[in-house]
Every structure is written in C-alpha cells, then in structure tokens.
Design a protein around this ligand. Structure first.
Ligand SMILES: NC(=O)c1ccc[n+]([C@@H]2O[C@H](COP(=O)([O-])OP(=O)(O)OC[C@H]3O[C@@H](n4cnc5c(N)ncnc54)[C@H](OP(=O)(O)O)[C@@H]3O)[C@@H](O)[C@H]2O)c1
Length: 248
C-alpha cells in the first residue's frame, strides 16, 4: 500500500522508519519547513501517488489538511489532536466525499486493547461491589497537561460499565472520595512515556491492570494498521470503532 505522510516531525519520521516492516511504501513526505520532505503543500499533486494519507501535524493546520486530503480524493488517518470541536462537520465532509477517515488521540494498539480489557473487567466487577476501583497515570516531566486523555477515556469507560460509579475525579483529593466517585490520579516526573493503571481493590486483595508504553513506536505502528484498515472504507470512524471491528 502507498501512503503520504503529512507532517514530517517526530511521528511522521517514526512512521517512515516503521513503514517497510509493515509492508507500506511512503510515496510522499509533506511538511512546509522540513528540508527532508519532498513537498511543502498538501494538494492533489503531492498526494497523487498515495492511496491513504497519514496526518500528524499540529492543531492549527488540522482542518485545512483534512479538506485538502478529501479534495484530492484520498482516505485519511488523522493522528493530529486538538481539532475535535469540528468532528461533526468533518464527519459530514467525509460522507459527502464518499471517502474513509479514522481519527484517534491515541493510535497505540496496546492502549486500545487495554481499553477493551478494562471495559471487560469493569463489566465483571459490576457484580462484585466489595471491590472499589481507582486509577493512576504517570508521564514524563515535560508533559504540560494532566490528566492524560487516555486516563479520561479509561475513567469514562469505568463509569460506563460500573453502576456504582458515576463521577470521575481527576484532581488531587484532600478528602475522602464521595459515594459514587472514581478517583484517577496523575503523577509527573522522569522520562516515563506513559503508564496507566486501574486497581480493583477489596479488603483482602488487589487486582491491578497496567499498560506501560515504552516508545512512540506504538502510536506509529497503530497508525500504520489504521491506514491499511481504512483504505477503501466509507465514512468517519474512531479508533475505538476500528478496534471493535478488528476484534469482532
Ligand atoms: N494520535 C496519536 O496516537 C498521537 C500520538 C502522538 C502524537 N500525536 C499528535 O500528533 C501531532 C504531531 O505530533 P509530533 O510529535 O509528530 O509533532 P512534531 O514533531 O511537532 O511534528 C509535527 C510536524 O508537522 C509539521 N507541520 C505543521 N503544519 C503542517 C502542515 N500544514 N502540513 C504539513 N506539516 C505540517 C510541523 O512543522 P513545523 O514544526 O514547522 O510547524 C512539524 O514538522 C500532535 O498533534 C500530537 O498531539 C498523536
């Protein structure tokens, strides 16, 4: 399969490095300011040889890039974050163009499998209310925000599947958790690429589920899987929908 990389920064380069192993050929690298990119603009010419475009740029350029890819008639894997207030409009645009697009704020296959595992565990735990539930995420000291988007997704999954939890608390708790409150805490420091844990805790024992990222390779490899999956599909999909279909 032939792909175009829109954005040749950390993620674009990582995908390029991993493409051969995934059986994918990179036919265009597009980035306005990077000397190793062959093209500076996203348009029908720079995308002409590609079957699917993979975009990892920045929020400011996201919508313009989506429009340009759809105008060129190509399917799209959207990894760039920070544009989702326009998600409904984009889904309409994709439908009108009769093309396929998949978006995720976290393309790591491992994290998406982890979401699935945590959701299944929560369904089981719904019948065992002697277990309380809580979460913890850790990231490197350069990260600007907290909680991580992944922690929020995990918290929402737990609320969805556990009747006894209805409120997600991600702030520092200097009091006892209230009834129905699920506490998901964040710590920052060192070089941790991203660790997320969910604890089911009873008087007698603890069941701990943890996903521990090692490198950005997980995001890149997930984006390559998504490119192969979206080719020829019609409509707007989230990674969760893609994983649900892949896992049957
Ligand atoms: N979905 C996921 O799994 C996932 C994982 C990791 C990161 N991300 C997201 O992916 C995005 C990129 O991350 P990164 O770490 O690769 O960032 P990065 O290293 O800053 O790379 C982004 C590259 O895109 C370039 N760019 C800016 N505008 C462009 C345009 N209109 N067309 C083409 N290229 C353009 C930038 O150029 P300049 O530097 O000149 O602006 C830069 O070279 C961020 O939004 C990040 O949050 C998502």
């Amino acid at each position: 399969m032939k792909i175009a990389l829109i954005g040749y920064g950390k993620m674009g380069r990582m995908i390029d490095e991993m493409s051969e192993r995934a059986g994918v050929q990179v036919v265009a690298r597009i980035d306005p300011n990077t000397p190793d990119a062959e093209y500076q603009e996203v348009n029908a010419h720079s995308l002409r040889e590609a079957e699917v475009a993979i975009c990892f740029t920045n929020p400011d350029s996201a919508l313009k890039n989506i429009e340009a890819v759809l105008a060129a008639g190509k399917d799209l894997v959207m990894g760039t974050t920070g544009w989702t207030e326009h998600k409904d409009r984009v889904a309409e645009m994709v439908k009108d163009a009769n093309l396929g697009m998949v978006y995720s704020s976290n393309f790591s296959i491992g994290v998406n499998l982890f979401f699935h595992i945590v959701a299944e565990a929560a369904k089981v735990m719904n019948h065992f209310d002697m277990y309380d539930v809580m979460g913890l995420e850790a990231h490197h000291r350069q990260k600007h925000d907290s909680p991580s988007g992944t922690a929020v997704t995990l918290g929402e999954l737990l609320l969805e599947h556990l009747d006894r939890k209805s409120i997600l608390a991600t702030q520092r708790l200097d009091r006892q958790p209230e009834h129905g409150e699920l506490h998901f805490a964040s710590i920052r420091g060192g070089h941790v690429p991203g660790t997320h844990s969910v604890w089911f805790d009873s008087e007698f024992d603890q069941i701990e589920l943890t996903h521990r990222a090692r490198t950005r390779g997980g995001f890149a490899s997930g984006a390559l899987v998504a490119a192969q999956w979206i080719k020829g599909k019609k409509g707007f999909f989230t990674e969760r929908e893609m994983m649900a279909r892949l896992l049957g």
